[in-house]
Ligand binder design. Structure first.
Ligand SMILES: [Zn+2]
Length: 255
């Protein structure tokens, strides 16, 4: 299988060792910013074929200075040839919610401008995008994708309102499920409803999970557990579910 979304540069241990013995044949390794993109590129160069890099700027962190963003866009343009996608990019749903909980004002404008520039880059380079866009932000991001005429969009670890789900399905956007599909009813409902041909499996590692994964370091092989849970929800055999999820990831990322 392929782990369709992992922060490989945040692992310190040898998570890449023996992956093939554990049935993992590929990783979509996303990046947080320029330093993270450089590290991801090194990992991809060390494990060609196994690690497929994506470069971008994650929205859930302080905004980059203008020069920093210019440098990132320039670096991505230079290194686009072996890049699987632009990502992780999107809108800061959680940072905004935390600011609201603290009673602080929030200005969304600069985050929208940042995403607009990153989507413009993806459109120019003709690459897919890896999106962090959940709940109310999904609708806004759909607007931006359509403005940029981007059709290859992967909303990773998606959760959101019904109207956004319907719009995303109409546009043929992909989503992916993490190990929380084993224990989150909201995610299980989405998994029953979203077209199986638009679904991938991911870990978002090293993000930690609960339920049966409590206390365990997140590992790419957990996509097998994701496949088993998804198979049960649809009545597929495990082998069939794994084959479908892998084929979807290969098709989406052009691997
Ligand atoms: Zn992520």
């Amino acid at each position: 299988m392929i782990d369709a979304h992992i922060h490989l540069d945040q692992y310190e241990d040898k998570v890449l060792a023996g992956l093939e013995d554990q049935g993992i044949e590929g990783l979509i390794a996303v990046s947080m910013n320029l330093a993270s993109s450089k590290r991801t590129r090194e990992l991809a160069a060390g494990y060609p074929g196994l690690v497929k890099p994506a470069y971008g700027f994650h929205p859930e962190q302080p905004l980059p200075a203008e020069e920093e963003l210019d440098a990132l866009l320039e670096w991505i343009t230079v290194h686009a040839e072996n890049m699987a996608a632009v990502g992780e990019i999107g809108l800061p749903y959680y940072a905004r919610a935390e600011a609201a909980a603290r009673g602080e004002a929030w200005n969304q404008e600069p985050y929208l401008r940042l995403l607009d520039r990153l989507l413009g880059l993806a459109a120019r380079l003709d690459k897919p995008v890896v999106l962090h866009a959940v709940y109310d932000d999904a609708w806004t991001v759909c607007d931006l994708l359509e403005q940029h005429r981007i059709t290859r969009a992967h909303f990773h670890w998606f959760k959101g309102p019904e109207a956004a789900i319907e719009r995303m399905i109409r546009q043929g956007y992909y989503i992916s499920f993490t190990p929380d599909i084993l224990y989150e009813p909201e995610i299980q409902d989405l998994a029953r409803r979203y077209p199986p041909e638009l679904v991938m499996a991911e870990t978002d590692g090293p993000w930690p999970f609960e339920g049966p994964f409590e206390g365990r370091p997140t590992h790419p092989a957990m996509v097998h557990d994701v496949a088993a849970a998804w198979a049960a929800l649809h009545g597929y055999t495990l082998a069939d579910a794994k084959a479908k999820l892998t084929a979807n990831t290969v098709r989406f990322y052009g691997l």
